[in-house]
Write a protein that binds this ligand. Structure first.
Ligand SMILES: [Fe+2]
Length: 215
């Protein structure tokens, strides 16, 4: 008898905990305390603000840009993707007050990066697999990644249909933009501040070919 197990179609989620981000996070929080109108929360509106427009005037935004590039380069390398010639970048923030969360959504892009500047404190490891976790326990500003396989939670043989991420300052995640995700309500009195980067891969143009259907 020969038995072989496969786990086909895995989804790569990379976490990067950046060290010594206290001053950066303080600058980012201060920027949004002074200019809350910069907070766009979502990028699905056609007039979404790309915070990268501030990068040449605000060093913290430029630093964030560089960190996101570190993260996405790691993800692409780990996945063995070397073909793209560049990336389109769209940076936006998510600044929420007590009781606010985000319903399930995905992003119109190839990859998503998330960076946390200010969150609730937790001593739990950032990644909490579904095993032993109550899906309906909201926690405090917890990011829930939902299984991208359609209706995976309805399959009796599947018990790993979500992963919870307990955020903390300095933590970045990179994952495919098709992964549905949501954020449970923030419980603190302060503003929780996170940033999202949409990455859209640019591929080299193929050889131009045109075929006319007219004689
Ligand atoms: Fe999102």
């Amino acid at each position: 008898m020969e038995v072989t197990d496969y786990a086909f179609f895995p989804t790569r989620v990379a976490t990067i905990q950046f060290p010594d981000t206290g001053p950066l996070n303080a600058e980012l929080c201060d920027l949004f305390e002074r200019r809350p109108e910069l907070d766009d929360r979502f990028n699905t509106h056609p007039d979404a603000l790309n915070l990268l427009r501030l990068a040449d005037r605000v060093p913290a935004i430029e630093q964030l840009r560089s960190m996101f590039l570190t993260g996405v380069k790691h993800w692409l390398e780990a996945e063995g993707i070397a073909g793209p010639e560049g990336l389109d970048l769209l940076l936006f923030s998510n600044r929420v007050g007590r009781g606010e969360g985000t319903i399930v959504h995905n992003h119109p892009a190839d990859l998503i990066g998330i960076y946390y500047a200010r969150t609730a404190d937790s001593d739990r490891p950032p990644i909490q697999p579904a095993d032993g976790e109550d899906y309906f326990e909201p926690g405090d500003g917890v990011l829930v990644l939902h299984d991208p396989r359609f209706n995976a939670n309805l399959t009796a043989v599947c018990h790993r249909d979500h992963v919870k991420v307990i955020p903390r300052p300095g933590l970045m995640l990179i994952f495919p933009a098709y992964v549905w995700h949501s954020v449970t309500p923030h419980r603190g009195e302060f503003h929780r501040l996170a940033f999202s980067m949409n990455f859209t891969l640019r591929w080299p143009a193929g050889p131009a070919e045109y075929h006319s259907l007219k004689q």
